[in-house]
Design a protein around this ligand. Structure first.
Ligand code: 6GU
Length: 258
């Protein structure tokens, strides 16, 4: 898989993406990442890439021509999937990542200032994407979030032990808590079921913990998580207990909820 990033800060991309698991994948040639400096395509005296907006208003806009030429330098004859990172875009999620991971080539366009001249976006951009409802100073961090997420789906990028099968969202639920040695740390013990060696009980406990966490932190995910009737009944019971402990009417003090 090949990523091209059109940016005013290529070193920000290269430095980060050549680190850790993604860096290892680049070294092993499962992945290649190219950062193209848009400023190299500003053929004016001061290599200026921005200008005032027509119609007035605060802030500067990235101009169409250098963005277009930077894109043309990587696009060649093909028209690769070209993603513009913007808070106005469609929200990025695991499903979109899965779909984009099927592409051979992806181009990421990172804007700065108040954005980019609309005319060049119309000509080169196939997808406008946002990584969440907040505003960043530029598209680079958002592009790197997307690349990290997409790259880990490329076969061979993750080792078996890093494989994503049981992680959050693969079954539509948040991940269960995990523990490693020592067995007791800061007076906190590992939940006994995990030491029991009873695989079915461990699996049942983990599933229950996943559902409980999802109920607490991301209840919006429950509806589409494919829960059984028994699990929905459990949720109703937990909710009742949570409500009781909030109201202070629970004699047990809600201890078993934690
Ligand atoms: Cl994709 N870009 C910028 N600049 N800000 C964002 C974003 C993207 N997603 C959320 N905030």
């Amino acid at each position: 898989m090949h990523f091209s990033v059109l940016t005013l800060f290529p070193e920000m991309i290269l430095h980060t993406m050549n680190t850790s698991i993604i860096g290892r994948a680049v070294e092993r040639k499962l992945l290649s990442i190219e950062a193209v400096n848009i400023r190299d395509f500003a053929f004016n005296k001061h290599q200026k890439v921005d200008d005032y907006t027509y119609g007035g208003g605060a802030g500067m806009l990235m101009q169409a021509e250098p963005v277009y030429l930077a894109w043309a330098s990587v696009a060649g004859e093909r028209k690769p999937r070209t993603i513009y990172l913007t808070p106005q875009g469609k929200r990025f999620d695991q499903k979109m990542a899965k779909e984009l991971a099927l592409e051979e080539d992806l181009v990421f366009l990172c804007g700065h200032y108040e954005g980019i001249d609309e005319r060049v976006l119309e000509e080169i951009v196939t997808d406008q994407v946002s990584i969440g409802d907040y505003v960043l100073t530029g598209g680079e961090l958002a592009a790197m979030v997307m690349m990290d997420c997409i790259a880990r789906m490329v076969p061979g990028v993750l080792s078996n032990s890093e494989s994503g099968e049981t992680e959050s969202f693969s079954d539509g639920l948040l991940e269960y808590p995990q523990y490693s040695r020592p067995e007791v740390w800061h007076d906190k013990s590992v939940p006994p079921v995990l030491l029991s060696g009873h695989h079915a009980n461990v699996a049942a406990w983990r599933r229950e913990q996943s559902i409980l966490r999802t109920l607490k932190w991301r209840p919006d995910l429950l509806r589409t998580a494919g829960l059984t009737n028994k699990e929905w009944a459990l949720i109703r019971e937990w909710k009742k207990k949570m409500k009781e402990s909030e109201e202070g009417t629970d004699s047990s003090g809600g201890e078993e909820m934690v």
